[in-house]
Each structure stands twice: as structure tokens, then as C-alpha cells.
Design a protein around this ligand. Structure first.
Ligand code: SF4
Length: 72
């Protein structure tokens, strides 16, 4: 089942506001933003540390970086 991420409206990745948006951005949006946000690095950090603490250059597929950021 797919569920839209609650952060769609404010997320700079979904809003194409990040520098160096990857060519695969649309695939990532389908996979994470409109699919399973529980695996998204940005969502994981925003949930654990707050939206204001999500690095502006963190991409959804950087799961390991997210784990380090939240100390796991
Ligand atoms: S990049 Fe992550 S946090 Fe942002 S809208 Fe997509 S799933 Fe949500």
C-alpha cells in the first residue's frame, strides 16, 4: 500500500529545491515520497530530530547517513 509522505509540502527534495537534484529524483519520489517514506533518509531524520535538523543535502536514499545522524 502506498501512502503520501506527510512532509510532501515542506520537503525541499519533493519540491525540487535541493541543489544537484539527481536524475533519478522522480524514481525516488515514487519510491519514497509516494510509496514508503519509512525508508526515506530525510523522513527518518525529521522524525527523530525534527524537520529543522534535516541536512539540506540529504537525499532520500542516504539511509546509512541518516542512521549516523540519529546515532543508530
Ligand atoms: S523526501 Fe522523504 S521526507 Fe521528503 S517528502 Fe519524500 S519521503 Fe517525505
Amino acid at each position: 500500500m502506498s501512502v503520501d509522505c506527510p512532509n510532501l509540502k515542506t520537503c525541499i527534495f519533493f519540491q525540487d529545491k535541493m541543489k544537484n537534484m539527481p536524475a533519478t529524483a522522480n524514481l525516488m519520489k515514487n519510491r519514497y515520497c509516494l510509496g514508503d517514506n519509512s525508508q526515506c533518509a530525510r523522513f527518518i531524520v525529521s522524525k527523530a530530530l525534527g524537520k529543522e535538523n534535516v541536512p539540506s543535502d540529504l537525499f532520500p536514499n542516504q539511509y546509512e547517513r541518516a542512521m549516523k545522524l540519529i546515532g543508530k
